[in-house]
Design a protein around this ligand. Sequence first.
Ligand code: CA
Length: 535
Amino acid sequence: MSSLQDRIGSSMRAAIVGVGLLAGAADLMAAEPPDTRRPNILFILSDDHSLQTIGAYNTRLSEFCRQQQVTPNIDRLAAEGALFENSFCASSLCSPSRASILTGMFPHVHGVKRLSSPIAAGVWTFPQSMRDAGYETALIGKWHLGNNPAEMGLDYFQYTEGQGGAYWNPDFVGPDGKKQYLGHITHVTTDLGIQWLRQRDSDRPFMLMLHHKAPHRPWMPSSQRYHWLADVDVPEPETLFDDYTGRASPASGQRMRMSDFKMGHDLKVFAPDEFPSPYSRMTRGQRAQWDAYYRPRNEAFARANLTGDDLFRWQYQQYMKDYLRCVKDVDDSVGRMLEFLRETGLEDNTVVIYTSDQGFYNGEHGWFDKRWIYEESVHMPFIIRWPGVVRPGSRPQEMIQNIDYAPTLMQIAGADAPEGIHGRSFLPILQGQTPEDWRSSIYYHYYYDAPDHNVPRHDGIRTGRYTLVNFYTTGEWELFDLENDPHQLRSLHDDPAYASTAAELKEQLQRLRNHYGVPEKDYTPTPAQPTGAAR
Ligand code: CA
């Protein structure tokens, strides 16, 4: 790293966010070559993409993903940039996470605790400030918030409604209203992103948020992927047949086991009553291609007459293959975007970020979905390439959170986030200078106690070694030692040997609640809360 960056790094250790500092940093950065002063930003957000299914992460399915070339483009991005090993969400659900990304705040401030709610009036969002700083801003793809993107600081938008739109022939809502596009949503999202990049104001830096629906449920891949992986067995997790002993009651009371899949909607087994929604938008040609793969598969499934564990294993395989096919489509999109940047000479002056709104279960504990503070759910992939600044192939271990994205992006843009937001810029970490007082634990709070998956509200903390969970609606606690129990199978909360650890972690949890100003009513037992719209 250059002495210039050392100077920026050391001054940031002293005071991370502040107008005076940032003005100073801007002056220092003015001495940099022009192409690193105000880089473009391409922010790629997929939906429900787990760490397990990215080759570059060293997790359960990484080796399989590398062998099968599931994510070669995302892996290349990691090789050319930084991969954060400890990146977490503030609340593991689509809308709350997206609101935290935009505002740098936890849900009790931005107000999006459940699905599709609006960000509360008057809450700052980073695209507004980025536009004020001279950037042209755009959002293409999934939105899932109850606000108009134009009011959130986006100069241009094409968003899909509700959960994220149909996989086939989706509608997008733009400044001129709603329009249907022919094709697979991952391809359409990519096309619209490239189209906007071609027509943008080339005199200004850009910030493009490219938000994929995939690989969200119901995992409908593009047609060139149907037969891919058909004859491959996806490795099963050790915890596939978890019996949920050793934990508080919520782990066994949930409804997110793969036996809870809708056979038609999720696994594409013919079930006429479930059929209309995902398939009615397909053209006859698209449907014929679909049937050419799924019909023989379903006929073989019917002949096999599977039950019990065999059926559960079949459900896992089919779920994972469709999930990985959707991931592969997203990876292709990343490759197209990287190629576009290269062809148009934008590569060296564009920060590219790949992340997802939370982690996801890929059969671990027998589950799909997210929601928990537990490992697979609370982790978010975060990969960033910034030529000349971020060291290629680096793997920072610092704990970052989605509340940090907004202040970090603002500092990358040479501007400022307002004082008082929960997140903290990790630009110094990108520059190889970790602030001495960087966080050693993260706060987490999940609010959406809807009956569909039946995961109760909870908050907690995750440190480098422990996870402490407070299921305050049932009055239960859990404590996991990740060093000795990485799969989180045995809560030590009631183990006398861990009494002092539990007490210390509870103090830390309360300190974080106080630090972020979480209202006491948000984590005390109350009568059942009314729930938002399910989906
Ligand atoms: Ca999601």
